[in-house]
Design a protein around this ligand. Structure first.
Ligand code: AMP
Ligand code: ZN
Length: 468
């Protein structure tokens, strides 16, 4: 398997520390609000990576945290506390907010066939572990206390900027209006390991520590949980590209200083999903959640299919037009598989199975090329030399990684979605006609025709026929 490693900026052969078991850590959600579909793109990528490793024969031990404490609105430890912000917004306690949005997160991921990691740990459950690490960092001289907070001194590590590959000046903080620089820090990029109550007076999540009552910084929780559950040598650490700096950069600095040796070998980052004009956000523009897509009539797995069509390291622009196209392709794919299912026959051809499995693996081994993997799936479906049972065997096999419910979907469901789509288009066309926009009305009719859907205006209204 070849994987792009953000640390070395190269595609590398994947060789785990222990050939029998891969250890994988993935940064979990900050549970102060619903996940947006951009966040979910990252979790889809991580899910495919995990399942692909299993498909290639590895046993994977995966851990994910739930950030219920410590994450500020600025990644640089400044600004407002995200959980407090959520609690204020909804007039609930931070604990209630954490519970509501953790539940919502797993509901979303389940709908997207994202498997829940083997170990999921709440950040607030491991305070002792953070205290242990911070104490050692202080002891070793990597951390210092200033203004009641414990900071990590980045000047004590060499290569601090290796992961981000940016120079210090480019990354300097303080440019944003809502971010105030802590004048007590020795270096602007020194980051908080422990904050005492002096920082947020109304912070409810607080614990006793040798440095006073307070709470941990965001970065220490991931290092703490990863070290506790996956040991001193980690194979893969994942997240979205925004995690590279400062979050993962800081995780490396503190974990390696604590351990006294190299910690994680492969750093894998998923590119962002963006809106056409701006960064995806929970506060600006349309708050794109999976539930919103469902309300608009899209199946959650259509979104998974949409993501798999492009490479995880390429930025993806979200648009409803793009999702419509993905929806049509996905439904067509399900229909094709259904037709194969209806006439299942023949003995499974082992040679062909092996040949196609190798091609499928080849695509995924190539830095997780899911769009090429989908092409192999289409090749199987098209191959006239293959009998239907061989095809079905391969489809089920590939779906253990793709997780598109290719064999589970019932025909009625597909029909229902198609009918919803047509009715929506008819509605749009009627609106265009009312507005005397006949050009648009004709365009909609043509678009449907191209898909084999013929519409007719009758006295009872518009009716349609589907030419299969
Ligand atoms: P958060 O809940 O903010 O901690 O983010 C959860 C995950 O989503 C992290 O791994 C982020 O790197 C990732 N992420 C944030 N924004 C986007 C985006 N627009 N597209 C893809 N992933 C994102
Ligand atoms: Zn993390």
């Amino acid at each position: 398997m070849k994987l792009y490693n953000t640390l070395t900026k190269q595609i590398e052969d994947f060789i785990p520390h222990n050939p029998k078991q891969v250890t994988m850590y993935t940064c979990g959600p900050t549970v102060y609000h619903y996940a947006h579909i951009g966040n979910l793109r990252t979790y889809i990528f991580e899910d495919v990576l995990e399942k692909n490793l299993e498909y290639l024969g590895y046993d994977v031990k995966r851990v994910m945290n739930i950030t219920d404490v410590g994450h500020m609105t600025s990644d640089a430890d400044t600004g407002e506390d995200k959980m407090l912000k959520g609690a204020k917004r909804e007039n609930k306690t931070v604990w209630e907010i954490a519970e509501i949005y953790t539940k919502a997160f797993f509901e979303d991921t389940e709908k997207l066939n994202i498997r829940k990691p083997l170990i999921v740990e709440k950040a607030s459950d491991h305070i002792d572990q953070y205290i242990k690490i911070i104490s050692k960092l202080l002891e070793k001289g990597y951390a210092y206390i200033a203004n009641g907070n414990v900071y990590f001194d980045i000047s004590k590590v060499t290569n601090y900027y290796q992961l981000s590959e940016k120079n210090k000046e480019e990354l300097i903080i303080g440019a944003r209006e809502d971010v105030e620089l802590d004048v007590h820090k020795r270096n602007p990029h020194d980051f908080g390991l422990w904050f005492t109550s002096s920082k947020f007076e109304n912070q409810i999540m607080q614990w006793d520590s040798p440095w006073g009552r307070g709470y941990p910084g965001w970065h220490i929780e991931c290092s703490g949980i990863a070290l506790k559950f996956l040991g001193e040598y980690l194979d893969i650490h994942c997240g979205g590209v925004d995690n590279i700096f400062p979050h993962h950069t800081n995780e490396i600095a503190q974990s390696e200083s604590y351990l006294g040796h190299k910690w994680c070998k492969y750093w894998c980052h998923g590119e962002h999903l963006n809106n056409a004009s701006e960064k995806m956000s929970k506060s600006k523009g349309e708050f794109l959640t999976l539930s919103l897509l469902e309300q608009k009539g899209y199946k959650p797995l259509t979104y998974r299919f949409f993501c798999l069509q492009s490479h995880y390291r390429k930025q993806l622009v979200f648009s409803y037009e793009g999702l419509d196209i993905a929806s049509q392709s996905y439904n067509k794919l399900l229909n094709k598989v259904n037709n194969i299912k209806k006439s299942a026959e023949g003995e499974i051809n082992k040679e062909q199975v092996f040949k196609y499995q190798e091609l499928f693996k080849e695509a995924l081994r190539d830095d997780l090329n899911t769009s090429n993997a989908l092409t192999i799936l289409y090749d199987v479906i098209k191959d006239e030399e293959l009998n239907n049972n061989t095809k079905l065997y391969l489809i089920a096999d590939f779906d253990s990684v793709l997780s598109l419910d290719l064999l589970k979907e019932k025909e009625e469901k597909i029909e229902e979605e198609l009918i919803n789509y047509i009715n929506g288009m008819i509605e749009k066309r009627n609106k265009a006609k009312q507005e005397k926009n006949y050009k648009e009305a004709d365009r909609i009719r043509e678009e449907l025709k191209e898909k084999g859907i013929i519409i007719k205006d009758t006295k009872e209204g518009t009716i349609f026929e589907i030419n299969k």
